[in-house]
Ligand binder design. Structure first.
Ligand code: ADP
Ligand code: ADP
Length: 228
């Protein structure tokens, strides 16, 4: 599903963020990415959804080598990878419904397909009754649920989450985790960068620890083991 072979990333300013990472993530896995601040977690994750390109090495998603992919095929890759951020990144001038539908409309689906699919994913995140609300009328947890709905609306094979609970209180964080787990159980591969010790240690999953741009640990049911 996701494969990296000796991947390196040096930013234009000379910072060596990722220094020789090789991993294989199977279809349907749920993987935490942990490590100290500045370890290279975000860079690692951004290379999966092609926000950053590796300086060296190969990344294959669903048997497609990213560096060999033509520019015009990138939208199709994006459709197959949903992304959830710490700060939600919702469009403030659009309703809940429109924020989710927008992600589909950009790939030119017809209106009825969009409506059914949007209501279906709003149901999965339990927000069907707030379809007409604006983002600023929602709690943080609800906004994150909208962003999850948006990320899965095209039924992607992979869901990437970069600190999805970073701005949420513990109870709300657990709600989000239960929704992510449900999405994973429906077959979506999930890769989630997190600093949340409570979640990592209580909802054990495969854990990849990155330190200094390298894999420090790769454990089937790992624990957090960092300060803070
Ligand atoms: P983490 O997510 O683990 O905190 P990052 O991948 O964000 O780590 O950062 C790894 C290193 O790369 C850090 O030293 C950071 O300052 C640097 N870095 C991250 N993004 C950029 C960028 N766009 N340009 C230059 N350096 C960057
Ligand atoms: P269902 O048929 O799945 O029950 P509905 O069509 O009744 O879904 O819609 C449920 C909620 O979503 C209602 O609040 C409805 O007004 C809203 N909604 C449905 N379609 C749209 C749309 N195109 N734009 C904005 N809100 C919509």
């Amino acid at each position: 599903m996701i494969q990296m072979q000796d991947v390196w990333k040096t930013y234009p300013n000379g910072v060596m963020a990722v220094n020789g990472i090789s991993i294989y993530i199977k279809k349907g896995e749920f993987v935490y990415v942990v490590g100290p601040s500045g370890a290279g977690k975000s860079t690692f994750i951004k290379m999966i959804y092609r926000e950053e390109k590796p300086t060296r090495g190969e990344i294959t998603i669903d048997n497609q080598e990213l560096s060999k992919m033509k520019e015009r095929h990138i939208p199709y890759l994006r459709r197959n990878i949903g992304v959830v951020f710490q700060d939600f990144k919702l469009l403030q001038s659009l309703t809940v419904y429109e924020n989710v539908a927008f992600a589909m409309e950009v790939i030119e689906e017809d209106k009825e397909t969009i409506r059914q699919r949007v209501m279906n994913v709003l149901d999965i995140v339990r927000l069907k009754n707030k379809a007409r609300f604006m983002p600023d009328e929602l709690s943080g947890g609800e906004q994150q649920r909208v962003s999850i709905a948006r990320a899965i609306v095209n039924n992607p094979a992979v869901l990437i989450a970069d600190e999805p609970t970073g701005n949420l209180d513990p109870e709300t964080s657990w709600e989000i985790m239960h929704i992510l787990e449900e999405i994973n159980e429906r077959g979506t591969t999930i890769v989630m960068a997190t600093h949340n010790r409570d979640i990592v240690d209580n909802m054990r999953k495969r854990l990849i620890a990155i330190e200094g741009g390298r894999i420090a640990r790769d454990e089937l049911r790992g624990t957090y083991r960092y300060e803070g």
